[in-house]
Design a protein around this ligand. Sequence first.
Ligand code: FAD
Ligand code: 2HG
Ligand code: ZN
Length: 475
Amino acid sequence: LSSEKYNIKRKNYGAIEAPDINYFKSLLSNDRVLTEESDVLPFNIDWIKNCRGQSKVVLKPKTTEEVSQILSYCNDRKLAVCPQGGNTGLVGGSVPVFDEIILNLSSMNKIISLDEISGALVCEAGCILENLDNYVRDRNLVMPLDLGAKGSCHIGGNVSTNAGGLRLLRYGNLHGSILGIEAVKADGTVIDCLRTLKKDNTGYHLKHLFIGSEGTLGVVTKVAVHCPAVPKAVSLGYFGVNSFEDVLELYKSAKESLGEILSAFEMADNEAISSTVENCKVSNPLEDYPFYVLIETSGSDENHDDEKLNRFLSKEMESGKIVDGTITSEPAKMKNIWNIRESIPGAGLLDGYVFKYDISIPLKNYYDIVLLLRKRMGNKITRVYGYGHIGDGNIHINVSTPEYSKEICDMLEPYIFEEVAKVKGSISAEHGVGFRKPQFIHYSKDETALQLMRELKQCMDPNGILNPYKVLPDN
Ligand code: FAD
Ligand code: 2HG
Ligand code: ZN
């Protein structure tokens, strides 16, 4: 698929020429300037194969200084740039639309320091989340976020999208966990906000500008993250539930009964799990139920935590809200259960094509859109299913089809966003706006807020070279 289907025009940026490539080669070693079509291709295509750019060059800087020099040069030449981390983003933000230069951060992957007492980790933006988690776990700490893409996504990408994930319920969002950021502005200026302090009210909280701005305000080059202590006792419950009302009741009850040890509360409907079992060849330890709930506890006292979880289970089996289930503290078994949950995003791709929606919605309306869509789409699509982070009021709705179809897309959009706007939800809870959603951002953002966003963009990147066509709608 190409960006042509969106019917947008290339803006008036410079076009890459041979002297530009020579300049980049003089700055970086030859192997960090990719220009062969086959080498560049994977960097042009996003994870869900929805967006495909036509970039001719990938640059892989190793240092902040190199990023600064590249941006300063691009800004002078008015060459557009697409910052890219692990390219796992789900809204087309990480790949170019036309011929933007791909600035891939994967070679900036060094860990700089870890304060084992405070838990402050400082590293380069291109570190892979899972590598960081393994590193800090060896030192009795954990990363404060976890997501299915952990094996590929970068911490810089996580920060730039303000990624949520599976344990936001426990650790909060990245605005709380990111202690400091170093970023490079479009003109090459290095902004040094790389402190490791928990508290710092000296003026405007500039680091937050880079959290969730999806590469449109600057390139994140280093981050300082607060890592909590590794929980000594972790248990996972995986339950079959008969109705969505029961899922909500269970959430309320879990908060009351499990309190401070509750670390994840996820749900998936029957079709989310059955399509994953079918397409990804994973096995489901439970029979068929309308809904599945995954509850994780993380605490410091195994006996105390187990007792709490078992008490919760007995109570809710008696009440009938949990119909069937399994609880385990064995790492291998917990991994298998998480693997079912984390495989859901990829399952729809194996049906052919998948339309993905990521919405925040009041819990009482949480599942309504799935039902509305099933009715609306009938047998025009392969399946519609809902799953996600109940604890954060964030549902993912995936609609799979044999292949991309404009007709189906037009039936889904803006319909879904209109439904979300009716209940004052968000049309993008945790994945961002990227290339896929700027034209719909107004369903969740007021014009005054959009105007301030434009002013900020103008101030930080007056030539508009950073990730054009993304996040901000055209006027
Ligand atoms: P990319 O995809 O490369 O880029 C994402 C955006 O950030 C782009 O706009 C890009 O321009 C910008 N960017 C990247 N790096 C930088 C940088 N250093 N400086 C400036 N801008 C930059 N997301 C969630 O929130 N929660 C989930 O639970 C979750 N689960 C996922 C599961 C799977 C299987 C997959 C494929 C994706 C999932 N995602 C999830 C989405 C995605 O993984 C996250 O958005 C992730 O944070 C993106 O990181 P990345 O390094 O791959 O960034
Ligand atoms: C998840 O929670 C991710 O698994 C991905 O945010 C959701 O692919 C999706 O729709
Ligand atoms: Zn998610």
